[in-house]
Write a protein that binds this ligand. Structure first.
Ligand SMILES: Cc1cc2nc3c(=O)[nH]c(=O)nc-3n(C[C@H](O)[C@H](O)[C@H](O)COP(=O)(O)O)c2cc1C
Length: 175
């Protein structure tokens, strides 16, 4: 365990889903730094089956936010990174690869003080609509989008729809 390891582990544990954002733009250089970091995520056979489209304009974010049952946070995020994956390549690893690169985006954003939250775009008609919206290249499908922004005041009141917290290490690391 090297110096700073505990701080690094705390950093890796820290990012929680951020769905409300301060009205402050995300610098283009920060988005570039996020992609420059996330691109080093490993993928099966190093295929890197991902591309990114940055969406900042409000009307497009608003439309994207209606293309998933729980994608509402995309409307209020100053920046949205749409993740494109290879369409129907039949490879079981693609989804796993996208998960890895998405987590790398989350951590890189956190390093820059940015909150983030994934949104799943579905069903397939909505994915097709999102592809038209972001002018996705033929053969690439936007099934996920990630809100990025400086954390805002959480929407007050009520309990979150999704339980927070995590299973304990004892529950996870089976005897
Ligand atoms: C594959 C995947 C899809 C997700 N889709 C959505 C979504 O559509 N909308 C949303 O608000 N959160 C979405 N999330 C965020 C999860 O709800 C969140 O990671 C989980 O509840 C843990 O949140 P916490 O880290 O704040 O405790 C998604 C997360 C993952 C990994």
């Amino acid at each position: 365990v090297g110096p700073g390891a505990n701080e690094l582990l705390a950093f890796l544990r820290a990012p929680r889903a951020t769905r409300t954002f301060a009205p402050r733009a995300v610098a283009a250089a920060d988005v570039e730094a996020i992609v420059a970091t996330a691109r080093w995520a490993g993928s099966a056979r190093n295929r890197q089956p991902w591309r990114f489209v940055l969406v900042t304009d409000e009307p497009t974010r608003e439309r994207l936010s209606r293309l998933g049952a729980y994608a509402g946070h995309l409307a209020g995020a100053p920046a949205v990174l749409v993740l494109l994956s290879r369409d129907g390549d039949g490879l079981i690893d693609t989804e796993f690869d996208l998960g890895r690169v998405a987590q790398a985006v989350t951590l890189a954003a956190h390093a820059l003080g940015l909150g983030s939250c994934v949104a799943t775009l579905y069903p397939d008609e909505n994915v097709a609509a999102a592809a038209r919206l972001v002018d996705a290249r033929v053969g690439w499908r936007p099934r996920l989008a990630i809100s990025l922004g400086y954390p805002g005041e959480p929407a007050g009141g009520g309990r979150p729809a999704i339980p927070r917290g995590r299973l304990s290490v004892d529950e996870l690391l089976l005897p």
